[in-house]
Design a protein around this ligand. Sequence first.
Ligand code: MG
Length: 228
Amino acid sequence: MATAKTFFETGRKIVAIGRNYSEHAKELGNAIPKAPFFFLKPTSSYVANDGTVEIPTGCEVHHEVELAVVIGKNGRDIQASEAMDYVAGYALSIDMTARNMQAEAKKKGLPWSASKGFDTFTPISSFIAKEQIPDPANVDLWLKIDGNVRQQGNTRDMMFSVPTLIEYVSSIMKLETGDVILTGTPKGVGPIHAGETITAGLKPGCSQEELVTLKFNVADRQGKFRYE
Ligand code: MG
């Protein structure tokens, strides 16, 4: 698939699933969802491995490590039973969130676009071919800050599986080649600060070997934005 390796330059949307791990929903005091829900992130928020995540002034920014699914062909109203045919591969991603802004938006019934959409808020690995992850429902994910483990989970704890998510999202909006679905985060989310180093990794549950390891620096964002 020619576009797979450059998905984060050519993909048109990032569909981010919320509360797909019950332990994470609980840690933020949210109800366990009965159906999947999602929000969109701009593709301009991608930052490639070895890059820098920026903390906007006044924001408490949380890390959410997630398995990303890369879509390989266009589809609408895709059945769960056929959904894996639409998967080109995977990536490891971190859904950065300005938690204090998001909390205020939730309280006021306002959108999450700003709290999820800052530049550099979607660190992402390079493309992982589909064959390298035999079962997307058995993938170990971890994230460390300055070498200390903050998140360690397995995608078997997802409430809605990858095929179910593809069926649900494509029943609402067409999925297109290069689009990414962020499948939700396990428990352990927390704040990051300028000067810290984020590392994250992923391996199939059946394997001893990491498929990918990510590293990002954290710095304060320059510019006029200020959250008060
Ligand atoms: Mg998330």
